[in-house]
Design a protein around this ligand. Structure first.
Ligand SMILES: [Zn+2]
Ligand SMILES: [Zn+2]
Length: 487
């Protein structure tokens, strides 16, 4: 039997072949929540035509299905351009007015004002300076998008016309330069741009959109403080969470997805080594904590080189040593600041135990009057990207920015306290957002030199393509997650 559609007639074997080739496209359209699919499945009496329509569909019908299915999640360039100037202005403003972790009061206020003006119900001072903005749009899931608010004690050297010149007192009272050297200003601008698109296209999604501005990410403390302050009890608990982070590991215009472990467990240690102070010209009357500290630092390097199984990821970095005030005085104590990064829980345990063992043993060897004090003052688990979510969100991301621009990336070694949200039972996807100038990126690949990393005084994302891509990608992901047909 031959069935006709739109004047075209196909034989049964050809239709079967066509269906086997096009079924993956149809499945993708279903996942994207294409209106025709939703209509076919939802309306009584239409469902029985569904198989007939799909199995006899012409390539044209399928093309229209896919194109309009993508259009369902993809923000049009008109939508993005409508919000872009305000998002870009916000970026420049935030870049020039960075604030240190836990002191993001002006930053939070700017976010709150903009989100409130877009119709979001905004609550401030959640877990310190945290911001929670909710937009209810009928029945459906609650989906969370998170940005960080804080900047770093780094003196900007980018030479950009809008470079930060801000200085502030840090928590220990020291005067420090402040810079958005991790790109959180770009995350905030993208989130506000996305918030704008979503608020003006409520017919494209339904459910509850929950946007959060998290303080103190750089001190891996803000996420926990927001949770302790009722983030998931005073407000709806999200079914899914999403976050983006910009960096120079990818060129602007691309995003990276890492299914499973995305980054590292992070542990911050402060070690105080005790000695006996005295005159620099009479070392025999002292116990020099600087010498003990120096030996300790070198011995700590053997943990990764000699104790951890080759192939396992572990980093032990001594980021600072503080001791002494004058060249001819032997101080009575020395302080070391360490960061420890690992992927696996058992390696983490092994490395932390080795640090304690070596530190105590070196103090003993040096004749220290007391055991060193080891304070484990900051820590977070690695961020785990839900593999099913990573798989699901690939299609809308590819539709939004191009298949070739969605890259599968390796886990990275920096850390993030976003893991605390996941630990609360919020399956999540943490996406890498390309920030490098594409030309400089290509040159650096060719020459083998690395571009400035996050936290560098020279870190400067290529704002226009990175911010455009950020908004495009966020809208696509949120519309997919907030589309009932895709649940
Ligand atoms: Zn950072
Ligand atoms: Zn960051």
């Amino acid at each position: 039997m031959v069935v006709g559609l739109a004047g075209l007639r196909f034989s049964a074997p050809f239709r079967a072949q066509l269906w086997s080739c096009t079924k993956p496209i149809y499945d993708t359209a279903c996942k994207l929540g294409h209106p025709l699919v939703a209509c076919c499945l939802a309306e009584p009496g239409v469902g029985r035509y569904h198989a007939w329509i799909m199995k006899t569909a012409t390539p044209l019908l399928l093309l229209s299905l896919v194109v309009s299915g993508y259009a369902q999640t993809v923000a049009s360039s008109k939508e993005v351009e409508a919000v872009y100037p305000a998002a870009h202005n916000l970026y420049i403003d935030l870049h020039q007015t960075p604030e240190l972790s836990s002191h993001e009061t002006q930053t939070a206020g700017k976010l709150a004002v903009r989100l409130r003006s877009l119709g979001y119900a905004v609550t401030e001072e959640v877990g310190g300076t945290g911001v929670v903005a909710i937009l209810n749009n009928g029945a459906g899931p609650t989906v969370m998008l998170r940005t960080e608010l804080d900047a770093l004690p780094v003196e900007e050297k980018t030479g950009l016309p809008y470079a930060s010149r801000v200085r502030a007192k840090d928590d220990s009272g020291r005067d420090v330069a402040v810079m958005h050297a991790c790109g959180h200003d770009l995350h905030m601008a993208a989130l506000v741009g996305t918030a704008d698109v979503m608020a003006h296209s409520k017919d494209s999604w339904h459910g509850t959109l929950m946007l959060i501005g998290q303080p103190a990410e750089e001190t891996i403390s803000g996420a926990r403080r927001m949770i302790d302050d009722g983030l998931f009890t005073r407000f709806p608990k999200p079914a899914v969470g999403v976050a983006f982070h910009v960096g120079n590991e990818l060129p602007a215009g691309q995003v990276g997805i890492t299914p499973g472990i995305y980054n590292t467990n992070a542990d911050s240690l402060r070690i105080t080594i005790y000695g006996k102070g005295g005159h620099g010209a009479a070392p025999q009357a002292t116990i020099d904590p600087i010498v003990i500290a120096a030996r300790t630092i070198l011995a700590l390097q053997t943990i990764v080189a000699r104790e951890v199984k080759p192939g396992e990821m572990a980093v032990v970095t001594v980021g600072y040593i503080r001791a002494g005030a004058k060249n001819n005085i032997i101080p009575d104590q020395a302080e070391l600041g360490l960061t420890v990064r690992t992927f696996k829980a058992d390696v983490r345990k092994q490395v932390l135990a080795a640090i304690a063992r070596i530190t105590k043993a070196e103090a003993l060897a040096g004749g220290a009057p007391q055991e060193p004090l080891i304070e484990h003052y900051e820590f977070t688990d690695s961020v785990y990207n839900d593999p099913a979510l990573a798989q699901r969100l690939r299609a809308p991301l590819e539709a939004a920015i191009g298949k070739q621009n969605v890259i599968t990336t390796e886990p990275i070694t920096p850390s993030e306290d976003y893991a605390f949200f996941i630990e609360q039972g919020v399956p999540s996807l943490y996406v890498s957002l390309g920030g490098a100038d594409p030309q400089k990126y290509a040159e650096s690949r060719n020459s083998g030199t690395l571009l400035p990393s996050n936290h560098s005084p020279y870190f400067a994302p290529d704002v226009d393509p990175a911010l455009h891509t950020g908004i495009q990608a966020e809208v696509a992901v949120l519309r997919n997650l907030l589309n009932g047909a895709a649940q």
